[in-house]
Design a protein around this ligand. Sequence first.
Ligand SMILES: [Zn+2]
Length: 574
Amino acid sequence: MTRFWWMIGLASLVAFSACSGTPELEGPESPEPLEPVGQKTFAITVEQAVSAGCSTSQVKGLSLQIVAQQNCLIPNALSEVPSGSNISIGSNIFPYMQTAARDALVKAAKAKPSTTMTVSSMFRSLAQQYLLYRWYLAGKCSITLAAKPGNSAHETGRALDISEYSTWKSTLESNGFSWQGSNDPWHYTYVGSGTHDLSGTSVKAFQMLWNINNPGDLIDEDGIYGPQTEARLKASPAGGFAIPPNCNPNDPPEGVLDTVSCDEVGGWAQDPDEPAKAIDVHVYFGGPSGDANAKGVPTHAAIHRDDLCGPLGSCEHGFSLPSPLSLHDGKPHAVHAYGIDSAGGANAQLQSSPKNLECAPQIPAGVRRHILSQDVMQAWKLDSFWHVMPVSDAQLSAIDESTDLPSTPQLVKADDGSSAVWLIDGPWRRHVPNPAVAAAWGFDLTQVATLPAAELNAMPEGTNVRGRPVLVKATGPAVYLIDDEQKTAEPTDGGVASDAATGKDGSVSEAGTGGSTGQPDGGTAGAAANQAAGWESAGSDSGCSVRPRSSRSDLAWAAMALLALLAAGRRRAS
Ligand SMILES: [Zn+2]
């Protein structure tokens, strides 16, 4: 009891005897209140600690973590000042200084071993300064002045207040300390060599600790104490975070969801821990990750983008998916994108995610061709999510119906060395104009059958294969491909064409990639296959008597499909 009242008395005394803070302050900053320790509560937040007493030791656990994380930023910057011998540091004081200042203080104390040096204020972590500032604002705990968090001289690791200031003045000054002067006589600042500018590091250390422990609520690690940081500080556990400081924290992926349009969903992503490596991205349509109604699609951010080279230090970080036609229903659909951490850490939602996808169904001109079964869908690697656009019954019936889609795609080339790849479609041969179109259709270019040139050339030439498959479905179960009506002259020898379409090569075009995983994963035959298949450069229509009919939109799709193909190739290579 006696000791308690003694402390209360001293506390009120010390309230007058505070020290100076930053130039913003109009007087000396109050020292830490002298509250008996022993009522430390663990499971409270920093905000709860504001009203839980007058001891900054409530946030000691968190403060120790902040100091340790600061020592990650500047190795060995802060050291504990040893109590005992003739240095008296109360348990209400946080006994840390910059290492050079600590050494100088210990040296000064040893110079007068029989004289006591009573420390009334020393280092303050961001959390401690926050408590003092709140108590100052509330007129509590005898705090008559406290700097805003991040602005106190006692956060620099170079300041201390001592009760016997005049006794120690010459000794401290000869050891690199500067006396504050009569306006704040208790306050000394170490101005000798070997110190660092710690301004902002306590804030930055806290921000890093928060991010290590809250991967779902990441904040900027900029060392600036603003509302974003203050809100997290209030919510932080006073006794310290569950995950301790880490000098090499695993940084989360970064990136941007740039584009969500009726043509493309794309952006970029990079993991700062492995900046040159391409990482995976998960795109969710219809809701965030974890939403049972959302469809998640994995892709790989490996597309070369010139605009990324400078800012990111390497260029292959873009990703691009086609806009899924099943969502072109005139309604809004949220699109979320997440970078996948290369070290298995938490995934990070990309900037600008989510974005809204809202597209009216745009039915291309042409005829409709019935797709007879799910087996045919799979053989063509057509997917209800990526390729099937919902239309009204009236819209469907307004489209002329043509022949059914063949049961499987047949790809052929001539045995005369020409590079053109053809799709056999009934009696017709239809040019696949470039690898991008093949990729958009999921055609496997490693599985192209060879026909005698005379046999192939005898077939009538139809229109080019369209840039991408567009399917439509109304309220009924039937699904149709929108395609060109083939109107060339009847073949002179229908039997040959028929054999080619359904003969010995029937299963060849399906071998290899298999699966019905949809557009992004279908058609990943690999860029190397282009050479093997003898492709002319994209855009060339040599070997085709029919000029390309691609619309601008088709070209855009084809370009994106090519990018996806290249990305797939890189994935295989890595
Ligand atoms: Zn001071």
